[in-house]
Write a protein that binds this ligand. Structure first.
Ligand code: SF4
Length: 722
């Protein structure tokens, strides 16, 4: 079927809108603010946080003469009203107006990685990059070019709207963007057929809340007050996490299994529930498939066996299963914590079975809470964001982003990757096997192009850097994977310096390369409007006009959102699948990663690299001095017994190492980790650390069992005092 986008939309219309956009059309609600001097006019616009965070805060920005006077969470989105988090509260100063921000195109003038660049004009940069890409395409084909982007900006326009058209048009290699979230989604889809379960606000109705592999106090901060309200209403809060997180400290019960054993724990809970006859047989009979196979399968996951696998007491497993199965409404909140193991998707698949086994879905506030992106998949007009029909089915090869280091260094790859185009991402920090990634970035025959705000550890290796606008300077539309709120983002100020939106960068490159297709030249505001142009019932009362006037708005969902109260699973059978013979494992099994005996001997400690920083979001903001200062030292949590074995005391400088790399870090002796486990924070930039390496220097590019995600928690290390 021909898409709307390809239905002969007049190119001049797009260019006209685009030109207005570039000139900063101001349809903003103008309001005179007290405190403005004569001739100064204040304007207030609404926008939203672009970070890879489930909260998706809605904000308002008031500006006078291109300066931000006020930046705050807007009350119009009651879920995120009140405050922005530590990471974002001073965003205008920390990022948009930061003195280190890159404000003009740069061309490398020193060796790769040296950080030596000279300023050049946009015309020169676009012309040279376009010429080099054309040569690569002519000589090796488009597949020799690899785009690399992820959640550095989750705006739908500045994310992939124009860039995806550009790369599909030139026949570039496709990037499998699966580093985070896909294993979790695949696992839950296998069981339920959809991931959208209980909505965040409805957690207040729950009376037994399991926070499984998630740390909302830190990384889902606007959910936390609702959890507390549930607690005030009588709910029990249980956290399942191998790390003693801030959330576990605030919970009624912390269950601390060994890393990577969640699948076994979930199967063990099902064993107890079935053995004790605590299942909801009527729900199972009506709305599930494969109970007989599940019953048989979980026989081997008796409490004693699961205790040996997880390191938990047998009694704990039995008590946990009984408490969960007999409470109502009971809710399991999962995000992505347990997916980063080779058994990650199976863990989600197994955990997602529990609410169907107990019939928790029948009760308001009961079931499973995961992501919400499917709501927007239905609500919005995706034709305006998706690839146009002419590009919709690219036949080019795919390269998994987790395996970037491997791909850049693979001499057998035909064609080799000769150009890497990075935007909304910082792979030198966030991608596993950091030293292999860096070795690839050091290749002199690799053309690296980066669109960025700062000279990140990745940008240091660029041949060309383009200055990207921040969220305060460009149009966008932001759906959410953690809430049901939709936002548009209106530019609050004109772009600073010579910065341009990612969308404009790709339009300019397309134009320079002689591409005439209209789909390149749709303006940002046009795409925003078209995306909202939907008659879906969820969009009732939501329009471009209303979002501009009021900011973030909740989709028009039924008052009581209970997706599986009466089944309605989105699987092939319409039922919850306890069993699926078409999958590699018909019922999920616990299959640990097999380390060699030599590896275990040399590197006896299990390394967790998790989101503990309170002031960074992945690697974003980890270059901002006052946030780094607030964050404090780069530390490794070490259990007292492991420390004693190695004569390590609190505050010692350590080397953490394995066959892939080494990281220098300060020891923090604590019981936050169990014996045999150490924990290192994510996000720190290697270039700002002693030794120039961070957590991903130790991780490997292993893929998960389903979803091809990053099994970055499968790491063995040793530590020593330096
Ligand atoms: S990072 Fe998350 S909590 Fe912080 S402002 Fe953005 S959406 Fe809100």
């Amino acid at each position: 079927m021909e898409s709307k986008k390809s239905k002969g939309i007049d190119r001049r219309e797009f260019i006209g809108i685009s030109a207005k956009g570039a000139a900063g059309i101001s349809l903003a609600s103008l309001s005179a603010l007290s405190g403005c001097s004569d001739g100064e006019t204040a304007k207030t616009v609404f926008g939203a946080c672009y970070h890879d965070c489930p909260d998706r805060c809605s904000w308002s920005v008031t500006t006078v003469n291109n300066k931000v006077r006020d930046f705050q969470a807007t009350k119009n989105n009651p879920y995120t009203a009140g405050k922005l988090c530590n990471k974002m509260v001073s965003f205008p100063d920390d990022v948009t107006f930061h003195p280190d921000r890159i404000l003009s195109p740069l061309k490398r003038s020193g060796p790769k990685g040296s950080g030596e660049f000279v300023k050049i004009s946009w015309e020169q940069a676009i012309s040279e990059v376009a010429d080099k890409l054309k040569v690569i395409i002519e000589q090796k084909g488009g597949e020799a070019i690899l785009p690399y982007s992820f959640g550095g900006n989750q705006g739908m326009v500045q994310g992939e709207a124009i860039s995806s058209r550009f790369f599909a048009h030139i026949g570039a290699s496709q990037l499998e963007r699966t580093i985070c979230g896909d294993a979790a989604v695949e696992g839950i889809l296998a069981t339920n057929g959809q991931t959208t379960g209980v909505l965040p606000e409805d957690i207040i109705h729950s009376r037994y809340i399991i926070l499984w592999g998630t740390n909302p106090v830190l990384s889902n901060q606007h959910l936390w007050p609702f959890i507390q309200e549930a607690k005030n209403n009588g709910a029990t809060i249980v956290t399942v996490d191998p790390f003693q997180s801030k959330t576990s400290e605030e919970s009624d019960w912390h269950i601390q299994p060994r890393p990577g054993t969640d699948t076994a724990l979930a199967l063990g809970l099902m064993h107890v529930i079935l053995a004790e006859n605590l299942q909801d047989q009527e729900y199972i009979d009506n709305y599930t498939l494969g109970i007989a196979q599940l019953k048989e399968h979980v026989q081997k996951y008796d409490p004693q066996t699961v205790a040996q696998i997880t390191g938990l007491e047998k009694e704990t497993i039995i008590a946990f299963a009984k408490a969960y199965a007999t409470a109502s409404p009971s809710l399991i909140r999962v995000l992505i914590g347990m997916e980063h193991q080779v058994n990650g998707a199976s863990a989600f698949r197994a955990v997602a079975m529990l609410p169907a086994l107990t019939g928790a879905w029948r009760h308001f506030g009961g079931g499973l809470m995961h992501m919400t992106y499917e709501l927007f998949g239905e609500a919005l007009n995706w034709e305006s964001i998706n690839l146009p029909a002419a590009l919709a089915n690219p036949k080019t090869r795919s390269i998994n982003m987790v395996e970037l280091g491997k791909a850049l260094n693979n001499k057998e790859l035909n064609p080799s990757i000769d150009a890497l185009f990075v935007y909304n991402s910082n792979p030198a920090v966030t991608t596993p096997n950091q030293n292999l990634v860096r070795k690839g970035l050091e290749r002199n025959d690799l053309l690296t192009i980066v669109s960025e705000h700062f000279l990140t550890d990745t940008a240091r290796y660029a041949d060309y850097i383009f200055p990207a606008t921040t969220v305060l300077e460009n149009w966008d539309i932001l759906d959410s994977w953690g809430t049901a709120y939709l936002n548009i983002n209106e530019p609050a100020i004109e772009p600073i310096g010579e910065s341009k939106p990612n969308s404009e960068l790709f339009r300019l490159l397309a134009s320079e390369m002689g591409f005439k297709e209209a789909y390149f030249y749709q303006s940002d505001i046009y795409i925003v409007k078209k995306t909202l142009d939907s008659n879906h019932e969820y969009m009732k009362g939501i329009s471009f006009k209303s979002l501009r006037k009021k900011g973030g708005k909740k989709l028009n969902l039924p008052e009581k959102w209970m997706p599986h109260a009466e089944g309605n699973f989105k699987t092939s059978s319409g039922k919850c699948h306890f069993y699926d013979p078409d999958l590699a494992q018909a019922v999920p099994d616990y299959i640990p990663f097999q380390y060699s005996a030599e590896e275990i001997k040399q590197y006896p400690l299990h390394l967790l690299t998790i989101k503990t920083p309170e002031n960074f979001l992945n690697s974003s903001h980890a270059n901002v001095d006052h946030l780094l200062e607030k964050e404090g030292k780069f530390y490794l949590e070490v259990n007292p017994k492991d420390a004693a074995l190695r004569q390590i005391t609190d505050g010692d400088e350590l080397k953490v190492f394995n066959q892939r790399g080494r990281v220098f870090i300060t020891a923090r002796i604590s019981n936050k980790v169990q014996q045999g486990v150490v924990c290192m924070p994510q996000g720190f930039w290697p270039s700002l650390l002693k030794g120039g390496s961070s957590a991903n220097a130790l991780t490997n590019h292993l893929l998960t069992d389903m979803g091809r995600g990053a099994a970055i928690q499968e790491v063995k290390v040793e530590i020593e005092k330096v």
